[in-house]
Write a protein that binds this ligand. Structure first.
Ligand code: SF4
Length: 313
């Protein structure tokens, strides 16, 4: 870790894995979600706004190949060319289908000549030995990673947000994935209802114990038409990100987490952005994630602190 880079950088990690700059292309494989189709519940996670986050090129009617072609064209128009493209199965639960269907979808992406690998976003309770065997097999051909939405290490929070899985399930999913030597990432939301600042910072010990390779942190945003809106208005005291919480407080929170986070874990995201018209409340206003990251790095450098320098286990 250099003075200029107080965080373990995900882009650098991916470049090392692939031998050049990589651009992720979001894919909607139309696989749905058991927490919305009635298998687990109909309501979904209380913070979730369905597919609000898919880029325009990622349309349900398009095949995987078409989405890849549209995605490359989309990024090329924005001068974001890369030597490697990764098909990122992002929308919904991308291991929630029979194995034959998954194999066909993953192979369609991997056989595209521009694609160097796939990243599979899914829930920790939607993985199995059979599915991991498939991913392990594919990982011998091209780059493969799995990204689990874990969101919180606290079962009380997971129940409250209607996740329908517990943290032990997430631990087991990561462990089985790493046993097969597949790169494994996790996604956590900071500021979920009922979690204090201390709860969030102390959770880093359990995150370190998972053995993940990469991590994404997102600030809780309250999206319109989600069940969280009512709780947000009726019980604002349940939320860390109240009216006094802004960008500076978020940067300080991130620093407290990152100093405790294992430096072997590459940090892919520290916040999310979302369309303003869908957002009831965001603690960070409209700040762009890259500007936020720059502020974080500058602040860490000014304090002369770095990821993992207060490691907790
Ligand atoms: S966050 Fe994921 S698991 Fe939860 S409802 Fe949305 S798509 Fe389903």
């Amino acid at each position: 870790m250099s003075y200029d880079s107080p965080l373990t950088d995900y882009g650098k990690r991916l470049r090392e894995r692939l031998g050049g700059r990589a651009q992720k292309l979001s894919i909607d494989a139309h696989l749905g979600c058991p927490n919305r189709d009635g298998t687990l519940s109909y309501g979904g996670c209380t913070f979730c706004l369905g597919d609000a986050f898919s880029p325009a090129y990622c349309r349900a009617a398009r095949s995987i190949t078409e989405q890849i072609d549209f995605g490359i064209a989309f990024h090329t128009r924005r001068r974001r060319t890369a030597s490697n493209y990764i098909a990122y199965f992002q929308v919904g639960t991308n291991t929630y289908a029979p194995i034959e269907q998954l194999e066909r979808l993953y192979n369609e992406a991997l056989s595209h000549p521009a694609i160097s690998g796939i990243i599979i976003g899914t829930r920790p309770d939607c993985i199995s030995s059979e599915k991991l065997d498939l991913l392990e097999y594919l990982a011998h051909k091209k780059y493969v990673a799995v990204e689990y939405g874990i969101e919180s290490v606290y079962d009380s929070t997971l129940r409250r947000i209607n996740r329908h899985h517990d943290f032990a399930t997430a631990r087991e999913a990561v462990s089985q994935t790493k046993e097969r030597n597949i790169d494994c990432g996790a996604h956590f939301i900071l500021g979920l209802p009922g979690e204090s600042r201390d709860d969030i910072v102390e959770a880093t010990a359990q995150i370190n114990a998972l053995g993940i390779d990469t991590i994404k942190f997102h600030q809780l945003q309250i999206y319109r038409s989600t069940p969280l809106v009512e709780l947000w208005h009726d019980h604002p005291e349940e939320f860390l990100f109240g009216s006094n919480f802004g960008v500076d407080s978020y940067v300080e929170l991130l620093i407290d987490i990152l100093r405790r986070l294992d430096a072997n874990i590459a940090v892919e995201r520290i916040a999310s952005s979302s369309p303003r018209h869908l957002t009831e409340y965001s603690p960070l206003g409209g700040i762009r994630p890259d500007i936020l990251r720059q502020r974080l790095v500058e602040r860490m450098n000014s304090l002369n602190v770095g990821q993992g320098d207060m490691l907790i286990r």
